[in-house]
Design a protein around this ligand. Structure first.
Ligand code: NCD
Length: 318
């Protein structure tokens, strides 16, 4: 098998072949989901715990649905921000959870690196559902599957990632994944929302939408992450929409068949014009949500196979 990982902590650790293996399996699950085929045997007898230390609607629902479609026993734990102020608290929480013997732990946390730390303390497979500004691997994988299905390939595409790059774990994971698959990546946004040293990632940087969108195949918009800003990054939302918001006039510079993406939740009229978001000929935003369930099914299936294999090896050794 070409998927060896024990946890899904980030795109950074994945080999291109592992990405392709996961996407191929997710592709099958996506087809089966539309045909209403169930696969409740895949995670039967396994316990999945979703721990979200940060608010989430679609990602948590998507992981829950994915687990249930594969027959796992799924438990959601709503974690209050107040309980994680100290490092010890997170580790204590991890140890407590570990004692309950879950098989799959899905974690979202506001601090970058927190999920990696947690993974070192538990015996189960850990899936990162977004940690601070660091990584959001299943989002990048679902974006990749959406692109691959729309464009028929996942290499040699011109892809623009636009807006609040600096605060975005979605951008980081996507830059790594799309780079590993040999695409040309352009980042477009105001210099205040561009992380320092970003050109080291082999991307082109623009601060002008019209120039940056020229002939791209994919336009990926990002939410303005107001909760991660302490003021001063943009003059006003109106001004931001005028310069960086995606509307029909700016989109006209991309290829005529370019697709429009957004991870959600959207700020209509801030980073994207509502008409573009709803245009079924251009926007694949609902497809992204659909692919999300399939990608999470594939990720948990593959990790569960590795977990079962590791447990079997251990019992042989004992
Ligand atoms: C993203 C996230 O939480 O990082 N959303 C998501 O997973 N659906 C992007 C965002 O919040 O803007």
């Amino acid at each position: 098998m070409t998927f060896r990982a024990r946890h899904l902590l980030g795109i950074e650790q994945l080999h291109p072949l592992e990405i392709t293996t996961l996407l191929d399996l997710a592709d099958t699950y996506a087809d089966h989901n539309t045909r209403g085929l169930a696969h409740r045997e895949v995670l039967a007898g396994l316990t999945q715990i979703n721990m979200f230390f940060e608010n989430s609607t679609r990602t948590q629902a998507s992981f829950e649905l994915a687990g249930k479609r594969l027959g796992a026993d799924v438990m959601n734990m709503g974690m209050q921000a107040s309980s994680i102020k100290k490092g010890e608290t997170l580790i204590d929480t991890a140890l407590t959870l570990n004692a309950m013997r879950p098989d799959l732990l899905v974690v979202r946390h506001p601090q970058s690196g927190a999920v990696d730390l947690l993974a070192q303390k538990v015996n189960c497979a850990v899936l990162n559902a977004g940690d601070g500004r660091h990584e959001h691997p299943t989002q990048a994988l679902l974006d990749a599957l959406t692109i691959r299905r729309a464009k028929g390939r996942l290499h040699r595409l011109n892809i623009a990632i636009c807006g609040d790059i600096a605060h975005s774990r979605v951008a980081r994971s996507n830059i790594m994944l799309l780079g590993k698959m040999e695409n040309r990546i352009r980042l477009i946004g105001p210099p205040t929302l561009m992380p320092a040293g970003i050109t080291d990632f082999g991307v082109e940087v623009y601060d002008d939408m019209v120039k940056g969108l020229q002939d791209v195949d994919v336009v990926m918009m990002l939410r303005l992450q107001k909760e991660r800003m302490d003021g001063g990054f943009i003059p006003s939302e109106r001004e931001y929409f005028h310069r960086y918001g995606l509307d029909a006039a700016k989109l006209a510079h991309a290829k005529p068949d370019a697709i429009v993406m957004h991870p959600g939740p959207m700020n209509r009229g801030v980073e994207i014009d509502g008409t573009i978001a709803d245009d079924i000929n251009r926007s694949v935003i609902q497809k992204q949500v659909e692919m999300g369930v399939a990608v999470r099914m594939a990720a948990m299936d593959l990790l569960a196979r590795n977990l079962r294999a590791a447990r079997q090896d251990n019992s042989v050794m004992v």
